[in-house]
Design a protein around this ligand. Structure first.
Ligand SMILES: Nc1nc2c(ncn2[C@@H]2O[C@H](COP(=O)(O)OP(=O)(O)OP(=O)(O)O)[C@@H](O)[C@H]2O)c(=O)[nH]1
Length: 308
């Protein structure tokens, strides 16, 4: 090793002077223990973004290795909870004495949850894409928790149009008969001529971000996912036997929704929880009628907070 290595970050000056809002590294891959409220800490495979601001206009750059090594210590020796998040961000800033006074870190990972089938009692995994972000400014920690929840949505307009076709088919089949033979009608309803049309439904994703003042009781991730699925009523399923599929068909038939309906349900839900200081939600219905998507976006409406 040469005796003195050039240290550009410390000794060179910026080519063009100026402060920067965020400088750091993105997409750092590392395993991490995460503590979710009500669950034992569990390992996830995370992609991490680590940033500080650069307040000295003449400084060449930040010390990326310091951020990286602090993250590595969290990965190998710690568990991600709100205290660890605070310590990490505080260390980002203190390791950049005179260069930075804000810090931000985001962890993106899949959080797996066991999900029960609707009827058969089978179980399977569902993986929910999650992003946890912490930001420290003037000693204040803010936490953002984002999750994507997939569900099925059946178009109410299509359902009404399909019902009309079924009524028309009934008229065409039975209008000439004075009294209808019950067994004949029952059999006919079991044919594709009887149920001549089906409404279209689509896999949909609710993309929800919430702001928390703190997460001292653990990140309320399971709670949020459960609440979203309860509100939407037709989450996509993991293990499915035919009895489950039939129940799913029944639930979809009784849960018709446009993307506006889904967004309003979620807005109503999130407004009920004081812990969710702010929220931004985007509902995406990946249409099977169109090649484009139906989308609703809304925020809580906090002054200076999220906006759609
Ligand atoms: N600031 C900055 N560093 C970069 C960039 N791309 C790569 N690096 C490298 O990140 C490495 C780590 O930088 P430092 O943290 O300053 O490394 P160091 O000087 O060994 O560590 P300290 O002694 O703690 O300052 C250096 O080799 C940089 O060249 C960049 O765009 N900006």
């Amino acid at each position: 090793m040469p005796s003195i290595m050039p240290d550009i970050a410390n000794h060179a000056s910026a080519q063009t002077e100026g402060t920067l809002d965020w400088v750091g590294m993105d997409n750092i891959e590392l395993p991490l223990m995460v503590e979710v409220r009500g669950e034992a800490p569990r390992q996830v495979s995370a992609h991490v973004g680590a940033f500080v601001n650069l307040t000295r206009p003449k400084a060449k750059g930040i010390h990326m290795s310091r951020l990286y090594l602090l993250l590595d210590t969290l990965s190998t020796e710690g568990t991600l909870n709100s205290q660890a998040l605070m310590t990490l961000l505080d260390n980002f800033i203190t390791s950049h004495d005179e260069l930075s006074d804000h810090a931000k870190v985001s962890f993106t990972f899949d959080y797996h949850m066991r999900r029960k089938s609707l009827i058969s009692g089978k179980q399977g995994w569902k993986a929910y894409p999650v992003t946890l972000t912490g930001e420290l400014k003037q000693g204040e920690l803010s936490i953002e928790m984002g999750v994507q929840v997939p569900y099925s949505s059946t178009c109410p307009c299509s359902a009404a149009l399909a019902r009309q076709l079924i009524q028309d088919a009934f008229e065409a089949k039975f209008s000439g008969q004075g009294s209808i033979d019950r067994a004949e009608m029952h059999a006919w309803l079991g044919t594709t001529e009887g149920v001549v049309a089906t409404p279209h439904s689509q896999r949909s994703i609710a993309d929800v971000k919430i702001k928390l003042d703190n997460a001292n009781l653990g990140f309320p991730l399971r709670q949020l996912i459960d609440q979203i699925e309860d509100a939407l009523q037709t989450p996509v399923q993991a293990a499915v036997k035919r009895v489950d599929e039939q129940e799913f068909a029944r639930l979809n038939g009784q849960n018709l929704m446009f993307c506006e309906d889904a967004a309003r349900r979620l807005k109503h839900l999130l407004n009920q929880h004081a812990e969710y200081k702010d929220f931004l939600l985007r509902v995406n219905h990946y249409e099977s009628l169109h090649a484009h998507d139906a989308v609703s976006i809304t925020a809580k409406g906090v002054k200076g907070g999220y906006h759609a």
